[in-house]
Design a binder for this molecule. Sequence first.
Ligand code: PMP
Length: 351
Amino acid sequence: MKQWEKNIRQVTPYIPGEQPKMEQVVKLNTNECPYPPSPMVAQAVAKMDCGKFRLYPDPEVSELVGAIAEYEKVPTERVFVGVGSDDVLGMAFLTFFNDTKPVLMADVTYSFYDVWANLFHIPFETVPLNEQLEIEPEDYFKENGGVVFPNPNAPTAIAMPLSSVEKIIENNQDVVVIVDEAYIDFGGQSALRLTEKYDNLLVVRTFSKSRAMAGMRIGYAVGSEKLICAMKAVKFSYNSYTMNQAAIEAGVAAIRDDDYFKKIVGKIVETREQAKKKLTELGFSVTDSKTNFLFATHQTMAAEAIFEQLKERNIFVRYFKKERIDNYLRITIGTEKEMEILYDALREILS
Ligand code: PMP
């Protein structure tokens, strides 16, 4: 090994879901929205003045921050935006988790959390979910350097009631608590209003799922002025221009079209409830999803085998070869037509 090679940072990166290159696939593996974004987004993109791309974008991202602040009914000083919620979460880890005590996270949760912790040399401890794969608030009532969890949790799809979320925050007022609400719009109870009561609470959201904008990379956080100010200081110590001009304009258009947002979320929830029934009829057990995906295990056939056989038919779902969940499939809710193709394939595979 050469001398310089010894100085290379050793990391085990996060593995994103596959983005197959061929067309004609049923893609239910990365929790994207099966519908296009609001037509207002297409209009905003068509009207975009490319001459503006010559200039650096507004480093404060005032237009998008303003639109989000108005939508969430909070002052602009309490909003932080980033390149997808991954960027916002990564920045939050870097800003808030600086203790020698471990950050608490579930053993089965979003698999980026431990990657960031390792990257930033943040000590962490995984807290097992209970037998029903739920977060037990009481398990988080102990000394720690911070707490992070998604609500609803991923990939389990299970939501915690707001009272339980508040219990965790109430018992952890000496550290920053991050609630990742990537999937909240599909039926969970948001903790956003609790940011008025707890100045150590950061709620993180994304445009990638319920607003059908995964490709634009827009995420945001709402917290106390103190938290947001600290995150901005870290951001401006790293990259002043995280948000590009096109994403800013498209993001503003997306958040202003609330009717369309409600319409597509409603459709996905309806398809999800139908999918729960269909999969149950096919011999699966599914958790009570409050997200845009299902977490399912089959009574007789191994998840990995189903995953492989679906893939052979160009149907992509997600499979995690990980302790406790290696017999589960995570299936994104697609259009009704895509789901019909899935049910037909499953009937064939399971027969
Ligand atoms: N949090 C959770 C729980 C997720 O599942 C995802 C999607 N991979 C994200 C955050 C990040 O999404 P994005 O960066 O697209 O906002």
